[in-house]
Design a protein around this ligand. Structure first.
Ligand SMILES: Cc1cc2nc3c(=O)[nH]c(=O)nc-3n(C[C@H](O)[C@H](O)[C@H](O)COP(=O)(O)OP(=O)(O)OC[C@H]3O[C@@H](n4cnc5c(N)ncnc54)[C@H](O)[C@@H]3O)c2cc1C
Length: 457
């Protein structure tokens, strides 16, 4: 990066909020995908106005700007693949307002998801979107990816809680979208366009989020099955009984065995599937629903069913699910993690077909995820040092995507396209839609200075 550009950026944010030291550049070169590309410098803006000035400069001098929250993204969204500036939004981390009368909150993008959840829960309110990364991911990153998480089955995803935004456009202009009311239908829905746009159309600098009352009680149940089909049948029966669980997670045989090997929790390693189920709401209803779910699990043939009597016991039941990610790395040093979605009654067929792909390509493929909404986290395990194994893993991903589309599914439920899925966009989108999306990008960002190289390969 030219010295003059660095100096201009320094003038905008102050010398203590910009760096081009190698150690810092390296820290902001990656996200959770392990893909790395070093930025020329890292900038930590404190206001929307500073971001506006940075984007005006980027447009004038044509350098890339890549917004970044916590860098926990799973598709390479915050990796500065073309260099330039990584714009870290962590300084803008104020919860500006929690309004119990109107059930809403106004926050800046650098707030950590869990911090907002705790702050509103202290006032008897609830912000349901709950990605497993909630303890470290930012709300800006959650909105940019339209993060999901376990509670999506009952409460929906991030976009369902966004009422309005302040956005700095690539031109540097600052706009307000949406409303600060419960409803609003004036003009095109730019708020929805921004949510899930992966930092390619604008930088979110302020958000108005919807809240709901905090559920009174919660009940957690863990059940093991000898066949994946029995677990799926259980899911269907739970819905048929008129129960909408707040969590409905599953793990396949390989992930159960892998976690057991890692933590020695006493899990039955012969089990083909595990369901982790939670219901929440009014105390009496929760007790009743918990008992009905236990009964359904047993009637369908669950080998073992456990119901938590206390929050501590519930935490014990969660241990296996939380341990999957670290446990997987004991199997192979590298993994490709995809977050495909299929109609939920197609989960057993999808898992069986993924296993068949694994057998044929001599790879270990592990599946777990959100049984309630059909969102499967498929992990293709490999050793990156073995070229042949890596190539087979990449081949497996293409076959997995094709299988998912054949089953009526979609390539990504919550992690976004970013860099990793960009080459596969044409598998799912028709050329006319894709072209329309590219035109939208051109309209917002004619010089392609904002997060270039993402979504469209
Ligand atoms: C262990 C683990 C568990 C996870 N579990 C889940 C899960 O359950 N559900 C789920 O959905 N995801 C999950 N993720 C993925 C990830 O945490 C989410 O995508 C999260 O929303 C990213 O937030 P971040 O702050 O880390 O964003 P980053 O990774 O920094 O950025 C993500 C994208 O958002 C853009 N961006 C960031 N801030 C802004 C902003 N203010 N304005 C515009 N664009 C912006 C970036 O340019 C990038 O494209 C998980 C990740 C890990 C590592």
């Amino acid at each position: 990066m030219k010295k003059e550009i660095y100096k201009s950026l320094e003038r905008i944010v102050g010398s203590e909020h910009i760096t081009d030291r190698d150690t810092e550049r390296q820290c902001y070169a990656y996200d959770a995908t392990q893909i790395q590309a070093w930025p020329d410098c890292v900038v930590f803006p404190g206001t929307s106005q500073e971001i506006s000035e940075i984007l005006q400069l980027a447009n004038k001098l044509h350098f890339p700007v890549v917004p970044r929250g916590a860098g926990s993204g799973m598709s390479g969204g915050s990796v500065p693949i073309q260099g330039g500036v990584v714009l870290v939004l962590l300084r803008m981390n104020r919860i500006k307002e929690i309004d119990p009368n109107n059930f809403l909150t106004v926050v800046e993008p650098g707030v950590i998801t869990r911090d907002l959840q705790l702050a509103v829960e202290a006032k008897g309110l609830f912000y349901p979107p709950d990605p497993s990364s909630s303890h470290f991911s930012t709300l800006g990153g959650n909105l940019a990816e339209c993060a999901g998480g376990g509670r999506a089955v009952k409460y929906g995803v991030t976009r369902d809680y966004v009422l309005g935004l302040e956005v700095v456009l690539p031109s540097g202009e600052i706009i307000k979208t949406g409303v600060q009311t419960a409803k609003g239908v004036v003009g095109y829905d730019l708020t929805r366009l921004m949510v899930g746009s992966e930092g390619t159309l604008g930088i979110i600098t302020r958000m108005v989020l919807k809240l709901i009352p905090l559920p009174e009680a919660r009940q957690t149940i863990l059940a093991f099955f000898d066949q994946m089909a029995l677990a799926t049948q259980t899911v269907v029966e739970i819905f048929r009984a008129g129960i909408l669980p707040s969590i409905l997670e599953f793990m396949d045989h390989s992930s159960i065995a892998c976690v057991e090997e890692y933590l020695k929790l006493g899990l039955p390693t012969q089990a083909q599937a595990l369901l982790l189920i939670e219901v929440d709401g009014d105390r009496e209803a929760v007790v009743r629903q918990g008992e009905t779910i236990q009964l359904i699990c047993r009637q369908i043939g669950a080998g073992r069913v456990k119901m938590a009597a206390t929050p501590l016991e519930a935490e014990e039941l969660w241990k296996a699910r939380r341990a999957i990610s670290p446990a997987l790395f004991r199997l192979r040093p590298n993994k490709i993690n995809e977050d495909v979605v299929v109609p939920r009654d197609k989960i057993p067929e999808a898992i069986e077909r993924f296993q068949e792909i694994g057998r044929r390509l001599d790879l270990l493929i592990v599946g777990f995820g959100h049984a309630g909404d059909g969102n499967i986290h498929v992990n293709v395990m490999f050793d990156g040092k073995k070229t042949d194994e890596k190539e087979r893993a990449q081949k497996a991903v293409v076959e997995i995507f094709k299988t998912v589309l054949e089953l009526g599914g979609t390539l990504s439920g919550e992690h976004g396209i970013g860099l990793t899925k960009a080459p596969f966009l044409t598998l799912e989108l028709d050329p006319i839609s894709l072209n329309l999306m590219k035109k939208i990008k051109d309209l917002f960002d004619p010089n392609h200075i904002l997060n270039p190289g993402k979504i469209f390969s």
